[in-house]
Design a protein around this ligand. Structure first.
Ligand code: GDP
Length: 292
């Protein structure tokens, strides 16, 4: 699924989210576990103000288990309640209810002191397109409740999904746009297939991916394609093209097609569980505000 950049859409989505923000106690933010910071828009910090925060590392089934734990720790250090989730299968989804209550502990206590008991916590899901917001909402609500597609403005009246006696979830997610601060963000989003491929052609994507894999996931290419990995990115791509029989009419290797295969294999997790961005290399961008 692809999306386009419409400034009109973007500002409308932002306005709507700011309106919705007034109705809720807690923001459930989805990021892609394979590229947690590249799939995150730090503007949410300012939009959410002092609301309670939960961060879900979604699609954790596609990411490296080791890095998943490191990322969870990374976000916890920044003051989030963080949960590893696979919305498609439902893994981790039930933990989110407890996470929401935990994130709202201070608010529940404040309410209690004011004599307000058992007022449901109101939550909304936010995240960039394709991160899995609808899938998550469907999964946690246990029915096909969430609307699919990214059409801010479809729902006029606010619909709340009652998750249990203590949590209500807004049925429409808030859409954040990724922040293209540097080229890496664009590369990451293109590799996982969440932005239009034309931004980077498959050859360039493939070359970048081979460079990353041979450095960080040695053996992944050997295992998938039966090639001998070398230091040279070009040699590796040629070897993949040969193994896959990617040939042009004159018999020359079709490197573009081989690169395309490779990127598809990454997206379909055929190269194994791969995380493309590591917390150790990431600067702390997003210290969220403490609840006052
Ligand atoms: P939205 O645009 O944020 O609402 O994203 P969607 O819910 O439409 O999901 C985008 C794609 O990601 C769909 O093809 C989903 O099936 C897939 N998806 C969502 N969550 C997960 C997950 O946890 N694991 C995997 N493997 N795929 C997921």
């Amino acid at each position: 699924m692809h999306f386009q950049w419409y400034p009109g859409h973007m500002s409308k989505a932002k306005r709507m989210m700011q309106e919705d923000m007034k109705l809720i106690d807690v923001v459930i933010e989805l990021v892609d576990a394979r590229i947690p910071l590249s799939s995150k828009n730090p503007d949410i910090n300012q939009m959410a103000g002092s609301k309670s925060r939960v961060i879900l590392l979604n699609k954790s089934d596609l990411a490296d288990d080791n890095q998943n734990l490191k990322w969870k720790e990374y976000f916890e250090k920044q003051g989030y309640i963080a949960v590893l989730v696979n919305s498609k299968k439902g893994d981790g989804v039930r933990k989110v209810n407890d996470a929401v209550v935990e994130a709202c502990k201070a608010k529940i206590e404040r309410d209690r002191k004011k004599g307000i008991l058992n007022r449901p916590l109101r939550a909304m899901v936010v995240g960039i397109p394709n991160v899995g917001k609808s899938t998550f909402i469907n999964s946690i609500s246990g029915k096909a409740a969430a609307k699919t597609g990214n059409k801010p403005g479809v729902t006029k009246g606010k619909q709340w999904i009652k998750l249990n006696k203590s949590i209500e979830l807004l049925d429409t997610p808030g859409i954040l746009w990724p922040k293209f601060e540097d080229q890496k963000v664009g590369l990451h989003l293109a590799l996982i297939g969440s932005i239009k491929e034309e931004i980077l052609n498959s050859y360039d994507l493939g070359i970048a991916l081979i460079g990353f894999l041979t450095k960080n996931y040695k053996g992944a290419l050997e295992q998938r394609y039966g090639i001998i990995e070398t230091e040279s990115v070009d040699e590796n791509l040629s070897a993949i093209a040969k193994k896959r029989g990617c040939l042009l009419k004159g018999g020359e290797l079709d490197l573009e097609r081989a690169a395309s295969f490779l990127v598809d294999d990454l997206r379909n997790a055929k190269l194994g569980k791969i995380t493309l961005q590591f917390p150790a290399e990431s600067t702390a961008d997003t210290n969220i505000q403490e609840e006052k």
